[in-house]
Each structure stands twice: as C-alpha cells, then as structure tokens.
Design a binder for this molecule. Sequence first.
Ligand code: MN
Length: 237
Amino acid sequence: MKQPIVWMVITIFALNTPTYVCAQEENMVRKKTTKDKLSTYHKKRNFKKTAEPEGKVKKRASKQCLFVIQEHAASHLHFDFRLEVDGVLKSWAIPKGPSLDPAIKRLAVETEDHPMEYAQFEGIIPKGQYGGGTVMVWDIGTYENVKEEHDISMEQSYEEGRIEVILHGKKLHGAFALIHTHRPNDKGRQWIFFKLDDEYASKKKNPVNTQKKSALTDRTMTQIKKEEIGRTEWNSK
Ligand code: MN
C-alpha cells in the first residue's frame, strides 16, 4: 500500500541527515577486544621514548569518518594513508604517495591499526625507535564510503579487499579506491591505491610534489624536524 506522506517524511529526514556519519556496526560483535586491536601498534613502540600517542580504541564512532595522510621520512620516505574504521585508523604505507591520475596505481602496504589520536600526530619519532624519523600531517579531512548506498559497510569493504571512498581533504578530493591484490581472507598485505575518475582526477597535477606543507601547521618536513628535534631528544633522555 502506498503512503505518500510517510515517504515524503522519510525523504525529508534522509535529506537532512549529514552525508558522512561515520558508520559503526552496532550489531557487530567486535571480533577483537579493545586491547587486541591496537596490540601490534603498542608492541612496536616504547611510549617513554616516542611522542606518538599511546591511544586506545574509540568506543563510539565520531560523527564524521576521519582520514589522514602522513608523510613519514623513516628509513624510506613514504605516505601513510589512514581511514577511520570502527574506532581505529586502518593504515597503509604508500611509498610513492597518492596520484590524481586514474591510470597510475600505487602500491599500498597494509600496516597495523593506529589509534584515532594518531591522526593529529606530527613531529619526530626518535632514532632507534620503530619508524624513527619526521612525520608530517600531509592531508586530513573526512571521507564517505561510496558503497554505503549498496549497504556495504567499511568493515565489509575492508574484509572483501575492495574499498571505495570519497575524500574531503585539504589537498585531496574525490573518489579513490584501495584494492587488495590478493583474494579475500588472504594474509597478504599488498593493496593498490588509485584515483577513480571524476572531476578531481588529473593527469597533470601532482600534489605530492607541489604541496609540500603540513595540512595542520603549514610547516615543511625540514621545519618540523628543526622545531621538534630538540624537544624530542630532551624527552627521550
Ligand atoms: Mn610510516
């Protein structure tokens, strides 16, 4: 039976709902406990020596799903791409960083889940500590799960190895995909990261090379290193 008024109310409600509410699986029983989810992250670091946040799994999702890309001058320079999924930051190290050209597929190596607090971390990880080197918040913002319209959650997309997101960053905009290069449930950590074709795609623009300052503090890697090194060395003694 058709009830136009009911549908109208539902439609108005839907239109007023923010487009990116960070979806949390209400009925999904966490496969891992709060402690387990970040255990790899915690094991790799000595928080008496590094200024990185210890952090914990957020019990409730924030209103908007967060993404961050951190430029990280460790033994090899790379860009860490992180997406908020179910209370933690799912993370991938992208050696060459993002490209705006849909034809260019970038290797993205999955790394351990990071705490939400990590999204604001910018500074120096002391030499000899895990990932020692300068970290800059290269881009930060919110994202939308493209597959939400088909009722596919981020958790499910991750498990299936096919993630599609629309980024609303300070530098990056539009749709990107992360595809696991192995079959679902495979333990392989290699994914590919690439721009999906939309109005933000470009074969000419290369923000990794042209936008070299922090999205948080407007500092270059060199400035961050210079300003933070004294503090970090002092802290680690
Ligand atoms: Mn890194």
